[in-house]
Ligand binder design. Structure first.
Ligand SMILES: Cc1cc2nc3c(=O)[nH]c(=O)nc-3n(C[C@H](O)[C@H](O)[C@H](O)COP(=O)(O)OP(=O)(O)OC[C@H]3O[C@@H](n4cnc5c(N)ncnc54)[C@H](O)[C@@H]3O)c2cc1C
Length: 491
C-alpha cells in the first residue's frame, strides 16, 4: 500500500524548511520532506574548522529587519554576529608582473563604474531592447571614458585603466552573487529587477554573519520545529506523475537503502534548484511540464559560484591586512608552470580577482570564483589547485615569500547532483516574467493546485538569495493553507 500524504515537499533547503514550518504552524502536519542529501540545508552548508565554522554556501544576511525576514528570525534568536566588520583595513592591488597599481586609479574608475550602474543602468529603456546585456551597456559607457583619457595619457597608463576595468567587471558584487562569468550574460532587466538590499553603504557598512554558521541557524529556526519523522534524508525523487482527472500526484523515490518506493500526495511542492530542473525536467514530470514552463526553465540563467579557502600555518600578511587583489593583463596569454604536463589548462586563473582574509580565522585566505572557470576547477584535484594558487601569489606578490597553504577547502556546487550550480539569474533573453511563470502552480487552478513551485529561482525580486528562498516556501505553504481554510468554511 502506497503511503499517502496531504503534501510532499521536495528538498530540505531554506524553501522546503520554511514551507514545512508554516504548514505546522497552521495545523497541517500530514506532510513529508524528501531530501536527496544526508542533511538539511541545501545550498546552506556550514563546516566546522577548529573552533570556528566556514560556509560553503550562504554566508551573509542581506539587508535588515525592514526588508529581510531572515534577519528578523536570526535577531529573535540572538544569532546575528556583528563583530569583525573592520572596513578601513589595507588592500593591495598588483598586476601579473608583480607591479603595484595605484589605489587612486582604482578609486576613480570604481566611482565611474558605480555611477553607471546606479544612475545610468536603471534608466535604460530595456522594454525597447529586451535582449541587451549589462556588459555591453557598461562597456559602451566606459569606452567613452577611455577615449577621453587617450588624449592625455601614455599607453602604459591606459593599460592600467583597462586592467582596473577588467578587474572591476569580474569582481563586481552582482557577479559574485549570481555566479555567471561575464556581465554580457546578464540582461539589463535582470540587473534592474534584482533587489540589491545588501549594499554596505545601505547597512552602515556592517556585514551580518550568523553565529555558529548558517546551518546552525537553520537547525534552530526550522529543523528543531519539524519532527524527524517528517523528513526523509538520502532520498531522491526521480519522477512526479500528475493525475489531473483523479486529482492526486504520485512521487517515485529512490530511498536511503536504494529501494524504489512511491508515495501519493494531494499536493507536491518542488523546491529543487533551477539547475536541477534544467537537468531533470524531461524525465521528472509525467505528463511533461507545460511548454511555457519548460521554456522559462531553459531561458533563465543558473550560474556557479565556488568558494575556496586556503589555510596557512601562519599569516604572511599584517594584522590589519584585508585583500590581495589580482589585476590581469587583458590581452596576454597566461600559463601556470605547475600545470605543464598535466591535463589542465590555465585559462580559469584569469577569473581569480583576489583573496581576502577570513573575518574570523586570521590564517585563512578566501576567494570566490564564478562562471565557467568555477565549473572547470571543480575537475582539478586539491593538491594541484593548491600549487596553482601558490604560483599565482608568487607571480603577483613576488616580495611576500608565500608559503604553501597547509590545506585547501572548497565548494563544488556544479558537480553536486542535488544543485547543479549555485544561483538563478536573469540571463540575456529571459526576464522576470519567466520567474513568475515558473512560480505558477500546475495546473494553474486555484481550486486545487497539484504541483507547486518554490525555491530562490521562483522569487522575482530576491532570486539567488536565502531570504528569497524563504519567502517562496512560505508563499506556497500559504497557498495550501488558504485552500484548506476555504474547504473548512465551505463545509
Ligand atoms: C556559494 C554560495 C554563496 C551564497 N551566499 C549567499 C549569501 O551570502 N546570502 C544569501 O542570501 N544567499 C546566498 N546564497 C544563495 C542561497 O544559498 C540560496 O538562494 C538558497 O540557499 C536556496 O535555497 P532553496 O531552498 O531555494 O534551494 P536549495 O538550498 O538548493 O534546496 C533544494 C533542496 O532540494 C534537494 N533536492 C534537489 N533535487 C532533489 C530530488 N530530486 N529529490 C530530493 N531532493 C532534491 C537538494 O538536495 C536541496 O537540499 C549563496 C549560495 C551559494 C551556493
Amino acid at each position: 500500500m502506497e503511503k499517502h500524504y496531504c503534501v510532499v515537499i521536495i528538498g530540505a533547503g531554506i524553501a522546503g524548511l520554511s514551507c514545512a514550518k508554516y504548514l505546522i504552524e497552521n495545523d497541517i502536519h500530514d506532510f513529508i520532506i524528501i531530501e536527496a542529501n544526508n542533511q538539511i540545508g541545501g545550498r546552506c552548508e556550514t563546516i566546522p574548522l577548529m573552533e570556528h565554522q566556514i560556509e560553503l554556501g550562504t554566508e551573509i544576511l542581506q539587508g535588515d529587519q525592514s526588508n529581510n525576514p531572515l534577519y528578523q528570525l536570526a535577531d529573535e534568536h540572538h544569532l546575528i554576529d556583528y563583530s569583525n566588520n573592520e572596513f578601513d583595513r589595507d588592500d593591495c592591488f598588483h598586476d601579473e608582473d608583480g607591479e603595484s597599481i595605484d589605489e587612486d586609479i582604482i578609486n576613480e574608475i570604481r566611482t565611474i563604474y558605480d555611477e553607471i550602474l546606479e544612475k545610468k543602468v536603471p534608466t535604460y529603456p530595456y522594454e525597447n531592447y529586451p535582449d541587451s546585456s549589462l556588459g555591453e551597456f557598461i562597456s559602451t559607457e566606459l569606452d567613452q571614458y577611455i577615449q577621453s583619457k587617450k588624449v592625455s595619457l601614455e599607453k602604459n597608463e591606459i593599460d592600467q585603466i583597462e586592467k582596473v576595468i577588467d578587474w572591476l567587471s569580474k569582481q563586481h558584487s552582482y557577479l559574485n552573487t549570481i555566479g555567471c562569468e561575464k556581465l554580457t550574460d546578464v540582461s539589463v532587466q535582470g540587473w534592474n529587477s534584482f533587489e540589491h538590499i545588501s549594499k554596505p553603504d545601505q547597512s552602515n557598512g556592517i556585514i551580518k554573519y550568523i553565529q555558529g554558521g548558517f546551518s546552525n541557524f537553520l537547525h534552530i529556526v526550522f529543523g528543531n520545529k519539524i519532527p524527524n519523522d517528517n523528513i526523509e534524508l538520502n532520498s531522491m525523487v526521480k519522477r512526479i506523475c500528475m493525475y489531473e482527472d483523479d486529482q492526486y500526484v504520485s512521487i517515485e523515490i529512490i530511498g536511503k537503502n536504494k529501494e524504489m518506493k512511491t508515495y501519493q500526495a494531494e499536493h507536491v511542492i518542488c523546491t529543487q534548484s533551477v539547475g536541477c530542473l534544467k537537468k531533470t525536467m524531461h524525465e521528472m514530470f509525467v505528463p511533461p511540464l507545460p511548454y511555457s514552463k519548460q521554456l522559462c526553465i531553459e531561458k533563465l540563467g543558473f550560474g556557479t559560484i565556488n568558494k575556496i579557502y586556503l589555510i596557512f600555518s601562519h599569516p604572511f600578511w599584517d594584522v590589519d591586512f584585508n585583500t590581495f587583489n589580482f589585476l590581469w593583463n587583458t590581452t596576454t596569454e597566461w600559463k601556470l608552470t605547475c600545470l605543464e604536463n598535466t591535463p589542465y589548462d590555465s585559462q580559469w586563473c584569469k577569473s581569480i580577482t583576489g583573496f581576502y582574509v577570513h573575518h574570523r580565522l586570521p590564517n585563512m585566505l578566501v576567494t570566490q570564483i564564478g562562471g565557467e572557470a568555477a565549473t572547470y576547477i571543480e575537475t582539478i584535484p586539491d593538491e594541484i589547485l593548491t600549487n596553482c594558487f601558490q604560483e599565482l601569489f608568487d607571480r603577483f606578490y613576488p616580495d611576500n615569500q608565500i608559503p604553501k597553504p597547509k590545506k585547501l577547502i572548497r565548494s563544488q556546487w556544479f558537480n553536486k547532483t542535488s544543485t547543479h550550480g549555485s544561483h538563478t539569474f536573469i540571463k540575456t533573453g529571459s526576464n522576470t516574467h519567466d520567474i513568475k511563470r515558473l512560480a505558477m502552480p500546475w495546473p494553474n487552478q486555484p481550486a486545487k493546485p497539484l504541483i507547486l513551485f518554490a525555491g530562490e529561482g521562483t522569487h522575482e525580486r530576491f532570486y539567488g538569495t536565502a531570504h528569497g528562498a524563504f519567502m517562496t516556501g512560505i508563499r506556497e505553504a500559504k497557498r495550501i493553507v488558504e485552500l484548506y481554510k476555504k474547504d473548512l468554511i465551505n463545509q
